[in-house]
Design a protein around this ligand. Structure first.
Ligand SMILES: Cc1cc2nc3c(=O)[nH]c(=O)nc-3n(C[C@H](O)[C@H](O)[C@H](O)COP(=O)(O)O)c2cc1C
Length: 176
């Protein structure tokens, strides 16, 4: 059974998880920018990781656009983000709707991990996006729970990544 981990990262969190997963599985972890879909055809299990940016899984179109070519593969997609676990069930549904418009194909399983957001490391574009989101959300009268959550997330500042989160993914990847 050959396995590969591919990741797309902006601040390093998704890469960190890719390295932990590849260590546990004894396989390579490769930056998605160096990968084309045809490079994946020789593997049985493909693990794709991307950070969440406005609910979009960074770079996941490498998988979703090529799903026909990857039909016979076992595919695992993991996300990293700062959404806390108590709202994940609701939130993960939103992420699925946005990234898998036709629903999640049967050969794909998704895992979601806490990542990192260090305010002082944000690019000017990302910082501006967070400030503008905060402004829009703060102006809402009678904010919904989701709006309150987004406001809270805009202020998140820290690295919440933890190797312990990959356990279930690694076990699933090892299953035949
Ligand atoms: C502009 C911006 C938008 C973000 N949007 C989301 C989001 O929709 N959901 C989420 O859980 N985290 C969100 N995050 C947090 C990132 O997903 C998190 O920092 C992730 O670990 C980044 O992974 P990477 O460093 O590997 O790219 C956002 C961060 C930024 C800067």
């Amino acid at each position: 059974m050959s396995t590969i981990v591919i990741y797309k990262t902006k601040y390093g969190s998704t890469k960190q998880y890719a390295e932990w997963i590849s260590e546990d599985l004894g396989c390579d972890a490769v930056d998605a920018k160096n990968v084309k879909v045809d490079d994946l055809l020789g593997y049985d299990t493909i693990i794709y990781g991307g950070g969440l940016y406005a609910e979009v899984i960074n770079g996941v179109s490498l998988i979703t656009r090529n799903i026909d070519k990857l039909r016979d593969k076992k595919i695992i997609v993991y996300t990293t983000g700062i959404t806390p676990s108590d709202v994940r069930e609701y939130y993960d549904g939103e992420v699925i709707d946005k990234n898998f418009k036709k629903g999640v194909p049967e050969n794909i399983k998704i895992f979601n991990f806490l990542g990192k957001m260090i305010q002082k490391e944000l690019t000017p574009v990302h910082y501006a996006a967070i400030v503008s989101l905060k402004k829009i959300m703060s102006a809402k009268k009678n904010p919904s729970d989701m709006v309150k959550l987004l406001l809270e997330l805009c202020d998140a500042d820290g690295d919440f990544s933890d190797r312990k989160y990959i356990k279930e993914l690694v076990e699933y990847a090892k299953e035949n």
